[in-house]
Design a protein around this ligand. Structure first.
Ligand code: HSE
Length: 386
C-alpha cells in the first residue's frame, strides 16, 4: 500500500487523547489496511507537555496553542478532544473548517450548542465533521441512527447516555456507599466530566440526546428546549424501595415523535422494570433503543464512557475519513434543510408512572399525565415500552 499518509493534529491529550495515541501506536498496520493509507500524527497540543500519559509523544511536533494545529501545513485533519462548548475547542473547530481541514471531535456540548452553525460551515466547505465519540462512547450510536436506520421514520427512542450516572446509581445500589464516594470512583475511571455537575444534573445526557434527536427527527439541535433533570433527588432509600418492588432507577433520555417536526425530548431520572433490557445496562454502559416504522425496535449497547471506548470511536472516524467517507450531511439531513422542532413538554405527554411510598407497595398509574397524579407523592416515569 503506497497511498499518501493522512496526517492528524490532535488537540487535547487527556485520557481520551492518550487513548487515541495508544491505538495509533499499537495498531499502525491494521489501521493502514482499514484506512487504505497510513494514519500518522504530525502534531499534538495539550495542557502539560511533560505529563506522564503512559504513551510517548516525542515523535510529534508540539503546539502550546491548540488553534495553531488548524493552520499547520503538515496537518490534514484536526482532532478536537479538549471539550467545552466555547473557548479554544470552538475556535479550533471553526478555524479548521474555515481552513479547509476536516474535523473529528468528541465534543457533545459543542455540537449540542453550536451544531447547526458548525454543520452549515462544514457542509458549505464540503468537509467531514465527524463526532461518533460524542455520543455513547465506544458504541456506534451515531452510525446507527444516521446511517443504519436511515430508511425509517423514527417513532421514539430511549437511551441511557451517561456512563457516570449509570455507574453511580449501580454502585450506590450495590454497595450502599454515599454519592461522594462513588463519584470519586467514577472520576478515577475517567467517566466524569471535568465539572461533574454536567453528569449529575443531566446536562451531559442532554447534549447527547439533543444530537440524537436532531438526527432522528431531522430537526435543528435546540438544547435550550430540552428539559433535563439529574439523579440528585434520588436517595438511597428510593433506590432500595424501587429494587425491592421490581424497579430500577436509570437516568433516561427519551424522545417521541408526535407528528412531523413535533417532538418531545427529555432527560429524566425514571424507573425501568428490573427484568428489562435497560435494567441490565449497568455501571459505565450506555444503551440506545430505537423504534422505527420499518425496522421495529433495534438497539445498540456498550461502554459509554472511559478512555478506551471513546478513543475507539475517535479512531473509527479517522478511518472513515481515510476511506473518503462522511462528507455528507452532519445530522443526516443537510443543515439548511433541518426543521425548526416544535417541542411538546414532557409534562404533557401521557405515560406510566410509579409513586414510591415508604413501607407500602408503590402505586402504579397507566397512561396518565403527571399533573393528574401530582398529589400522590414522589412520582417517577416508568419506561417499559420499547
Ligand atoms: N461524562 C460522560 C459520561 C463521558 O459519563 O457518559 C462520556 O461522554
Amino acid at each position: 500500500m503506497n497511498a499518501k499518509p493522512l496526517r492528524f493534529g490532535i488537540a487535547g491529550l487527556g485520557a481520551v487523547g492518550g487513548g487515541v495515541l495508544r491505538i495509533l501506536q499499537n495498531h499502525p498496520v491494521h489501521l493502514e489496511r482499514r484506512g487504505g493509507c497510513p494514519l500518522v500524527i504530525s502534531a499534538v497540543s495539550g495542557r502539560d507537555r511533560s505529563k506522564d500519559r503512559g504513551v510517548s509523544i516525542s515523535a510529534y511536533a508540539w503546539e502550546d496553542d491548540a488553534i495553531k494545529l488548524a493552520s499547520r501545513d503538515d496537518v490534514d485533519i484536526v482532532v478536537e478532544l479538549i471539550g467545552g462548548d466555547e473557548g479554544v475547542a470552538r475556535t479550533l473547530v471553526e478555524t479548521a473548517l474555515k481552513n479547509g481541514k476536516p474535523v473529528i471531535t468528541a465534543n457533545k456540548a459543542l455540537l449540542a450548542k453550536h451544531g447547526l452553525a458548525l454543520a452549515q460551515l462544514a457542509e458549505k466547505n464540503e468537509l467531514p465533521l465527524c463526532y461518533e465519540a460524542a455520543v455513547g462512547g465506544g458504541t456506534p450510536m451515531i452510525k446507527m441512527m444516521r446511517e443504519a436506520l436511515t430508511a425509517n421514520a423514527i417513532l421514539k427512542f430511549r437511551g441511557i447516555l451517561n456512563g457516570s450516572t449509570n455507574f453511580i446509581l449501580s454502585e450506590i445500589r450495590d454497595s450502599g456507599r454515599s454519592y461522594d464516594a462513588v463519584i470519586a470512583e467514577a472520576k478515577e475511571k475517567g467517566f466524569l466530566e471535568a465539572d461533574p455537575s454536567l453528569d449529575i444534573d443531566g446536562h451531559d445526557a442532554g447534549h447527547k440526546l439533543c444530537i440524537l434527536g436532531s438526527i432522528a427527527f431531522g430537526i435543528k439541535p435546540a438544547l435550550d428546549k430540552l428539559p433535563r433533570t439529574g439523579i440528585g433527588k434520588i436517595k438511597l432509600e428510593d433506590i432500595q424501595n424501587a429494587e425491592s418492588n421490581g424497579y430500577r432507577f436509570k437516568l433516561v433520555c427519551w424522545a417521541e415523535r408526535h407528528e412531523k417536526g413535533v417532538v418531545t425530548l427529555a432527560v429524566e431520572a425514571g424507573l425501568v422494570p428490573r427484568d428489562s433490557i435497560m435494567a441490565r445496562v449497568e455501571k459505565g454502559k450506555n444503551i440506545l433503543m430505537v423504534q422505527g416504522d420499518s425496522v421495529g425496535s433495534s438497539l445498540c449497547e456498550g461502554m459509554g464512557a472511559g478512555p478506551g471506548p471513546t478513543a475507539s470511536a475517535v479512531v473509527a472516524d479517522m478511518v472513515d475519513i481515510a476511506r473518503g467517507g462522511r462528507t455528507d450531511s452532519v445530522f443526516g439531513v443537510a443543515a439548511n434543510d433541518l426543521l425548526d422542532g416544535n417541542f411538546v413538554s414532557p409534562e404533557d405527554v401521557a405515560g406510566d408512572f410509579v409513586v414510591l411510598r415508604a413501607n407500602e407497595k408503590p402505586l402504579v398509574f397507566s397512561n396518565q399525565r403527571r399533573s393528574e397524579i401530582q398529589e400522590q407523592g414522589k412520582i417517577f416515569r416508568l419506561f417499559s415500552d420499547i
